[in-house]
Design a protein. Structure first.
Length: 427
């Protein structure tokens, strides 16, 4: 019991340190942005519940502008801090950075010129950049530099376990995204714009940490929420893509990359899984109950993220558990599976709880929920669905005109019958 209390005490001391850490430029910026984020969140909640309903659209517009400016300022600030203070592994950092740049430029091209050629060329170039980045990671791993940089011996890495678990999870996420979002169309300018904003917000919030684990992973201020809401609005297929881009950004921001398959688990599958939050809504379950749909979707997404990190921790970083077993006197930590389970529980579960609670609070706003439904309905329909809906509207209009005409004819007939009766009475 004493040793577990020692572990908890160490954990809590690091959390407290994040609220007022002024050791270096990065930590100062992190502390400032943490309190700024809390202040903006409180201001948003107060405005949503205190300002009159007719003023809420203006509040939403101002909130969106503030959020975009906040995301931009946060990303630029910490990017500068990273280049100034942090060490960069060129062979893993720059290829992943190129992937992000190619994805952003490709999204802009599709938004500006959404022709068939662009929609084929852009995904092809992004896929090529991603494959090239994976090749660089393989070179990084085989050279032995990855092991030296992460303090893990190559002999302690279970490559078979990593490849098998990565393949199973990637396939499972892809299948769930496909079957929960049937009939969805591709990205349009609206969904691309929202994707850019949501990924940028998630990335900015990921810098606002309450706690950071020693070998990757952190508890943040609901950093997954924007991508989760995007999945809820636009479907799981688009959500998984947004989550994958967010994962690559995380790899650029805080790279703990030891093995190519470990990269797929920790940054590919784990963050793509976030995009499955909209799966309950996609399966048409609990219709009309947005908070229930979001909560269940968040639990599924969070569970898959946990599993991804768990396999990565067990098969790639499990040998680190022996050191913690000795430090805290908990012999069970020397077991790679138990160590990985405890490690993931310390940050993934709190992260899921925070994002679910904040998401439910946000979805409690009827006005905001109406806006979400409006945008998701506009973007989520295929051309065929829109045509069918339009035909139904026309049909209803025709039926209403027919009924109106019948009512007019009946009224005329009744009037003529009444006139005839009055004429007979006069005679």
């Amino acid at each position: 019991m004493f040793h577990f209390s020692l572990l908890a005490s160490s954990f809590w001391s690091k959390i407290k340190n994040y609220f007022a850490n002024f050791d270096g430029a990065t930590n100062i910026c992190r502390t400032v942005f943490l309190w700024l984020t809390l202040a903006l969140t409180v201001a948003f909640i107060v405005c949503k519940f205190s300002i009159k309903k007719d003023k809420q659209p203006k509040v939403n517009k101002i909130s969106l502008i503030v959020a975009i400016d906040y995301a931009f300022a946060t990303i630029v600030t910490f990017a500068v801090c990273s280049f100034v203070e942090d060490d960069i592994v060129a062979i893993s950092f720059y290829p992943l950075l190129v992937c992000v740049i190619v994805a952003v430029v490709g999204a802009l091209l599709i938004a500006v010129k959404p022709c068939k050629a662009t929609k084929i060329a852009v995904p092809s170039v992004i896929a090529a950049a991603f494959v090239a980045a994976l090749v660089c990671l393989i070179v990084y791993y085989t050279s032995g530099d990855a092991s030296e940089w992460n303090w893990i011996s190559k002999d302690d890495v279970n490559s078979v376990g990593l490849y098998v678990s990565a393949a199973v999870l990637v396939a499972g996420i892809a299948l769930l995204a496909f079957f929960s979002d049937r009939g969805a169309k591709g990205f349009d300018s609206r969904s691309l714009a929202f994707a850019a904003v949501c990924v940028a917000l998630s990335f900015a919030l990921s810098y606002v940490r309450f706690f950071k684990m020693p070998m990757g992973g952190s508890i943040t201020f609901a950093s997954m929420l924007p991508v989760m809401l995007y999945s809820y609005m636009f479907g799981t297929r688009k959500g998984v893509v947004a989550g994958l881009i967010y994962g690559v950004l995380q790899a650029v921001q805080d790279p703990w990359i030891l093995h190519p398959a470990q990269f797929l688990l920790d940054y590919g599958a784990a963050f793509a899984a976030i995009g499955l939050t909209g799966c309950i809504k996609g399966f048409k379950v609990f219709n009309g109950k947005a908070r229930t749909q979001f909560t269940l979707g968040a639990i599924i997404a969070g569970t898959l993220r946990f599993i991804s990190h768990f396999f990565s921790g067990a098969f790639a970083f499990g040998s680190a558990g022996a050191g913690y077993a000795e430090e805290f006197g908990i012999s069970a930590l020397s077991n790679v599976y138990f160590y990985s389970f405890v490690y993931q529980c310390l940050y993934v579960i709190p992260e899921i709880i925070i994002v679910t609670v904040v998401g439910v609070i946000i979805l409690s706003s009827k006005n905001l929920l109406k806006q979400i439904e409006r945008y998701s309905n506009q973007s989520g329909k295929t051309a065929k669905a829109k045509k069918a809906e339009l035909e139904e509207v026309v049909k209803r209009l025709d039926e209403s005109e027919f009924v109106k005409k019948m009512e007019e004819d009946i009224a005329i007939a009744e009037s003529e019958e009444q006139n005839a009766t009055e004429n007979k009475t006069e005679e």
